[in-house]
Design a protein around this ligand. Structure first.
Ligand SMILES: Cc1cc2nc3c(=O)[nH]c(=O)nc-3n(C[C@H](O)[C@H](O)[C@H](O)COP(=O)(O)OP(=O)(O)OC[C@H]3O[C@@H](n4cnc5c(N)ncnc54)[C@H](O)[C@@H]3O)c2cc1C
Length: 353
């Protein structure tokens, strides 16, 4: 049978899945993205309330690869990303604050929120939000997917891309395929995150910097969300705990985590906020990935992975995501792109015979 326009399902609407889907669609494939959350973006995410917003996943992204540079230029032209030039410091021990020398690193953010580039990428894709894929079934006619919320999807797919964190990909794939060591996901590190709001007039944390790498205690990163371009709403700060602290307190309840991290923030001179929301990222960063943030006290890094993506042509299943490619936003986008190229090559080979 000649498949003239392969029908590809992409599980996961983070940057890797959207990048893969866009490249496949641009090459003529039909694509359908299934995303369990209410919208696309994954860990490039922003929490919003009635009068506030705060990026609580990726804080910024950097550019090393020229292909990603071109993509970021497209995002800038569309008005969904731009440079963030924070007053950045490093807090090396309680009370000491070393201003970071101006570095040559260009830091980008989504505008008006971190999830904006994902929204732009998704805008001309078929994305089914609120679909948590819980089962994949294969027969001679192709792949069928079942979601927790909507049951078995009516379409049959020629190929399936898993663009979810490695441990979540394993849950879906392991019952179907024996994965080799090379295809088995690396561990991922957690990150407890707090979003703080200051609404009381006259009460602000104004330390003379916008963001800080914190190299002691439970905190690893703090940032004033309003210092990023295009932000609106109440004064908001994000606090991210180190990987080591987050792992040690992974199963703590929100209340205990808030108490510990707010105490550490108070030691930096911050007044108590009016409202706090906690979020636990169980799978924040690949344990063997790269990081732009020196948040690694305790993370135990190994050299980064260089696989980019995994494609299993016999069953037409692929995996992409930052965890395969290095752990950053840029790596996620490149991984999705790399997998799309492999799918296209493979499908062309198998469909033209
Ligand atoms: C706290 C934190 C701070 C970070 N800071 C930075 C930073 O400063 N700079 C940087 O470059 N990177 C940073 N990162 C990493 C960056 O966010 C990721 O590299 C990137 O967003 C990963 O994209 P992805 O598409 O590979 O995965 P994800 O964004 O995780 O996308 C996977 C998607 O799959 C969905 N999904 C999962 N399971 C299912 C299922 N069964 N069915 C349907 N959908 C499913 C998820 O909801 C999610 O939307 C940070 C991450 C975190 C968590």
């Amino acid at each position: 049978m000649i498949v003239t326009r392969p029908n590809v399902a992409v599980i996961g609407g983070g940057l890797a899945g959207l990048s893969c889907a866009r490249h496949l669609q641009d090459a003529g494939c039909r694509t359908t993205v299934f995303e369990k959350a209410r919208g696309p973006g994954g860990r490039m995410s922003t929490r919003r309330g009635a009068d506030w917003q705060c990026d609580h996943g990726a804080q910024y992204f950097t550019v090393r690869d020229n292909r990603f540079r071109d993509e970021v230029a497209r995002w800038e032209a569309a008005g969904v990303a731009g440079l963030w030039e924070p007053r950045l410091v490093e807090l090396t021990a309680a009370g000491t604050c070393a201003r970071k020398a101006p570095d040559s690193v260009a830091r980008f953010v989504g505008i008006p929120r971190m999830s904006a580039p994902a929204g732009w990428l998704a805008s001309n894709l078929c994305v089914h939000s609120g679909h948590t894929i819980v089962d994949m079934q294969h027969d001679r006619a192709g792949w069928r997917l079942k979601s927790q919320e909507h049951g078995m999807h009516e379409d049959r797919f020629d190929a399936v891309v898993l663009a979810v964190p490695g441990p979540q990909a394993t849950v879906l794939l392991a019952p179907l395929l024996p994965l080799t060591a090379r295809q088995t996901p690396a561990d991922m590190l957690p990150c407890w995150t707090l979003m703080l709001r200051y609404r009381t007039p006259g009460i602000r944390f104004a330390p003379g910097y916008d963001a800080a790498f914190v190299n002691h205690g439970p905190l690893a990163w703090i940032a004033r969300d309003g210092s990023k371009p295009g932000r609106q709403g109440s004064e908001a700060w994000v606090l991210q705990a180190s990987a080591r602290w987050s792992a040690a307190h992974l199963e703590d309840d929100d209340e205990a985590v808030c108490a510990a991290l707010l105490a550490a923030f108070a030691e930096l001179g911050a007044p108590p906020p009016d409202a706090v929301t906690a979020h636990r990222w169980r799978y924040a960063r690949a344990a063997n990935g790269h990081s732009d943030q020196p948040d690694q006290h305790g993370a135990g890094r190994e050299p980064g992975l260089q696989r980019e993506a995994v494609w299993l042509p016999a069953v037409r299943v692929g995996m992409c995501g930052d965890w395969l490619a290095g752990g950053r936003v840029e790596d996620a986008w490149l991984s999705g792109r790399a997998l799309a190229a492999q799918v296209l090559t493979s499908m062309a080979c198998t469909t033209s015979s």
